[in-house]
Every structure is written in C-alpha cells, then in structure tokens.
Design a protein around this ligand. Structure first.
Ligand code: THU
Length: 159
C-alpha cells in the first residue's frame, strides 16, 4: 500500500511580513545568536521560544574544546524552558544565525528534542526558520520536521 505524507509551510521574504509576535521572536533569536559561545565553528546560532503566557526563553549554541560536549541553540533554549517553566506550553520556536545567508534549519538531534516536548504537551510547536537577512520559513508543527520519529511509544516492548 502506497501512502502519501504532505504538510503546509509558509515563506516570507522579510520580517515585516510576519505578525508582530512572530517578528519579535525572530528578532530575539537574532539578538541571542550574538551572545553565542562559538569560538570553534565561528557559527553563531540563536533560538527563542514563545510560551503560552507570552513570555520568551532564548538560547544560543555553547561550544567546547572537547567538541562533542557543545550544544545547539535550540536545545539550550528548550532545556532551559523545560527546566524553568515545566508546566507552560511552548507555542513557537524561532531560530536564526547572524552568520547564515540561508534559512537556518534545526539539526536532527534538535528536531528529536523539539518533538519530545510537542508530544509531551499535546499541542503543536510552530517553528520559524530565519536567515540573517530576514527570510523566514514557518512550519505549523515540529512533527512536520521529523516524520516516522522515534518516540516513547517505541519504548513499549510488549508485543
Ligand atoms: N548549531 C546550532 O546551534 N543549531 C543548529 O540548528 C545547527 C548547528 C550549532 C552547533 C555548532 O555549535 C555550530 O552551530 C556549527 O555546527
């Protein structure tokens, strides 16, 4: 049986085309990217989450001389939100880099972590991926970025 999987995404050529709360989120992510600790890659990434009460939680990439110990901006922001506001629903995540001419897309590990929180809260997390020049691509759910994901259901070993 062949099946099809499609999803809708939106593109914007400038931040001015976004509604104000989304524009603020991307701007905060951009500000956050300027505070990244990225002496090894020189690639500065910022992420900013919107919580249900309207507040924002930012994160940026944190690198280490022992390279694998570093962490992406998205996971710094997501873990900070979960650690400090565990009962608040995350409604959106914006990410960007002051160094990226193209839209910044979350890595596979960050998609997995994002999806964990989306599934935990039972509400979609919109993802806004922006370039340094202000182009933006928006998906309505983290699920769109990781079909056929590994999740807690896979840990149920009963046949
Ligand atoms: N990085 C992020 O922070 N987020 C992404 O979505 C992609 C990559 C970081 C990891 C590393 O510090 C640097 O960018 C270069 O890969």
């Amino acid at each position: 049986m062949k099946q099809n999987n499609t999803f809708i995404y939106e593109t914007f050529s400038s931040l001015n085309e976004l509604e104000e709360s989304d524009r603020m989120l991307v701007e905060k992510a951009m500000e956050s990217s300027k505070r990244a600790y990225a002496p090894y890659s020189g690639f500065h990434v910022g992420a900013c989450l919107r919580l249900e009460d309207g507040s924002m939680v930012c994160g940026n990439n944190q690198e280490n001389a022992s390279y694998p110990q570093g962490l992406c901006a998205e996971r710094v922001a997501l873990f900070s939100a979960s650690a400090n506001h565990p009962d608040q629903t995350i409604t959106a995540l914006a990410l960007t880099s002051k160094d990226s001419a193209s839209l910044l897309s979350p890595c596979g590990a960050c998609r997995q972590v994002l999806l964990e929180y989306e599934q935990k809260q039972g509400q979609p997390i919109r993802v806004l991926m922006a370039s340094a020049s202000g182009k933006v691509l928006v998906v309505q759910s983290a699920q769109n970025l990781l079909p056929f994901c590994f999740s807690k259901e896979n840990l149920n070993t009963e046949q």
